[in-house]
Design a protein around this ligand. Sequence first.
Ligand SMILES: NC(=O)c1ccc[n+]([C@@H]2O[C@H](COP(=O)([O-])OP(=O)(O)OC[C@H]3O[C@@H](n4cnc5c(N)ncnc54)[C@H](O)[C@@H]3O)[C@@H](O)[C@H]2O)c1
Length: 285
Amino acid sequence: MSYNLLKGKRGIVFGALNDMSIAWKVAERAVEEGAVITLSNTPIAVRMGEVSALSEKLNAQVIAADATSVADLEQVFAQSMEILGGKIDFVLHSIGMSPNVRKKRPYDDLDYDLLNKTLDISAISFHKMIQVAKKMDAISEGGSIVALSYVAAQRTLFGYNDMADAKSMLESIARSFGYIYGREKGVRVNTISQSPTMTTAGSGVKGMDKLLDFSERMSPIGNASAEECADYCIVMFSDLTRKVTMQNLFHDGGFSSMGMSLRAMNQYEKSFDEYKDEQGNIIYG
Ligand SMILES: NC(=O)c1ccc[n+]([C@@H]2O[C@H](COP(=O)([O-])OP(=O)(O)OC[C@H]3O[C@@H](n4cnc5c(N)ncnc54)[C@H](O)[C@@H]3O)[C@@H](O)[C@H]2O)c1
């Protein structure tokens, strides 16, 4: 259902790889809500992924760019303004990748060159994106910039590895740049901290299926889907949230405020079954 929340707005969506990507859903919803957009992803993702299908469906041009390259980002903003016919009203940063996770390097044996890559791709690219946009004066007064984060920025979760550090930095960049861009141009900068979601990046997280189940049981309203995340992004791009900035906004069914739920506790207790003796007494091991 469309509410025309983005009627007349121009946007750039970074990070749609395939139809599981959160950015894919955001792009679809943005167009449904009346926006015109461009899409961007790495040259390899554009070649190997399914972005061209989305491009055709939404009549949205794809601009290949490595988000760690300032020159590439300048091209994305320049071309987007030309294609869409004016300054940009909203930007989605939906980019994340850890070469340490890919190469199975644990957190206490990180490769530091790879750590630099994780931070550059997953966090510093957000700074580069905003700095490029600001220098080019590419974003309209009161525009909205959103990046996607995860609760591992605040809490330690097994297996999330150096992506936790990247997400902390990403959220910090939103605050630091939110102050400057808000003060000078009324531009909002926020992060949305999304539930674990089964996507290409998500499936790289160690024990993702168990993490999904755990957070589903811990969240009173359940995990938020990629489609629901897209809905939240639309609200953040719309004029209904003009005074929301420098925030990390949890979109996680309540997970981040929970300590223990009955559903999780029931499941947790089941795991003791195999440690009972014949009399049913629990053996602590
Ligand atoms: N899936 C989850 O569980 C989850 C939860 C919370 C937050 N997030 C965040 O959501 C965002 C989107 O991830 P997703 O889950 O939709 O997975 P995804 O794999 O569909 O998207 C990740 C995207 O990052 C792009 N990318 C990687 N390196 C890049 C570079 N150098 N330049 C430009 N683009 C690059 C990939 O091509 C891909 O399109 C990420 O920031 C991720 O950390 C995901």
